[in-house]
Design a protein around this ligand. Structure first.
Ligand code: NI
Length: 253
C-alpha cells in the first residue's frame, strides 16, 4: 500500500510522530508522500524524507497560502524541488470554497507552479474545491498533460474524471470514500482502475471506522479495502494495480 498524500509534519503528530510512522510501515504501508502546503512544510517534508526511506516529499504552495507566493518563493521552491526525494510539485490548485487567498493570487500561484513542475519534469498534486471548471481550464492551458499528475481528494463527477484522464491526470480517493452515501464512492465505482491512486490526507478526513479521530497513513488500508469491495476484486490484486499507478506517476524508487 502507498499513501500518496499525507501531512505527517503537522503538529498533530508532535507527540508520537515516530510511532505513527513505524506503525504505518509495520502495517504494510511501504511508501508515503508527505505534501507541502507552503515553504516551511515543504522543507519539513524533505526533512522527513531524509529521515525515513519510506517517505517522499511534494513541494508546493497550497491555494490557501497563494497570497504569499511570489518570484522569491518560487525560486526557493525550485531549489527545494531539486532534492532527490522531491517527487512532485504540490499541493497546488484552487480553493473557491474557503477563499483564504484572493482568486487572482490562487490562479497566479497555480499557473506558475504548473510551469515550475514542467521545467523540473515533475508531476503535480492538485487540490480543487468548488473550482472544477476553472481548474480544468487552467490545467489544459498550461499543458499539464505533458507531465501528468493527480487530482487529490477528487471532488468531481465521473465526467470530470474523464476530462482529467484526457489530460493524463489520475484521480485520488481517500477516507471520504468510506463514508455512508459518499459521492466519491459512486464516482470511484465508474472510474477505471488504471486512473486511480489512494491517499489519506492525514491528519484529516479519517476513514470509517475511525471517523472523527486523528487520521494516520496506516488507515489508507481502509480505503484500499473499500475500493477492492466496490470493484469486486481481490485485495492483493487491487493493491498491486493501484501501487503500480502511484509508482509510475511519481517515479518512486
Ligand atoms: Ni492535503
Amino acid at each position: 500500500m502507498i499513501d500518496t498524500h499525507c501531512h505527517l509534519d503537522f503538529n498533530n503528530y508532535d507527540d508520537d510522530r515516530e510511532d505513527v510512522i513505524k506503525e504505518t510501515i509495520e502495517g504494510g504501508v511501504h511508501r508515503m508522500i508527505n505534501i507541502g502546503i507552503d515553504e516551511k512544510t515543504s522543507i519539513n517534508s524533505l526533512e522527513l524524507s531524509e529521515k525515513y526511506d519510506n517517505i517522499f516529499a511534494a513541494i508546493g504552495y497550497h491555494p490557501h497560502s497563494a497570497s504569499e507566493f511570489n518570484k522569491q518563493v518560487q525560486d526557493k521552491l525550485e531549489r527545494l524541488a531539486q532534492h532527490p526525494k522531491a517527487i512532485a510539485i504540490g499541493e497546488i490548485g484552487l480553493d473557491y470554497y474557503r477563499n483564504y487567498s484572493p482568486r487572482e493570487d490562487q490562479i497566479n500561484a497555480f499557473r506558475r507552479q504548473i510551469r515550475l513542475a514542467a521545467d523540473l519534469e515533475l508531476p503535480i498534486v492538485v487540490h480543487i474545491r468548488e473550482a472544477m471548471e476553472e481548474s480544468l481550464k487552467i490545467l489544459k492551458e498550461e499543458k499539464a498533460y505533458e507531465r501528468g499528475g493527480v487530482l487529490h481528494c477528487f471532488p468531481g463527477d465521473y465526467g470530470d474524471s474523464q476530462r482529467a484522464l484526457d489530460m493524463n491526470l489520475l484521480v485520488a480517493f481517500g477516507g471520504t470514500m468510506t463514508f455512508k452515501n459518499a459521492r466519491a464512492l459512486k464516482v470511484a465505482e465508474k472510474v477505471p482502475l488504471k486512473q486511480i491512486i489512494l491517499e489519506t490526507d492525514a491528519p484529516f478526513l479519517t476513514p470509517v471506522p475511525f471517523r472523527g479521530k486523528r487520521n494516520s497513513p496506516l488507515y489508507v488500508h481502509y480505503v484500499y479495502k473499500k475500493l477492492a469491495e466496490i470493484k469486486e476484486i481481490d485485495f492483493a490484486e487491487l493493491e498491486k494495480k493501484i501501487d503500480k499507478n502511484a509508482v509510475s506517476l511519481f517515479n518512486l524508487a
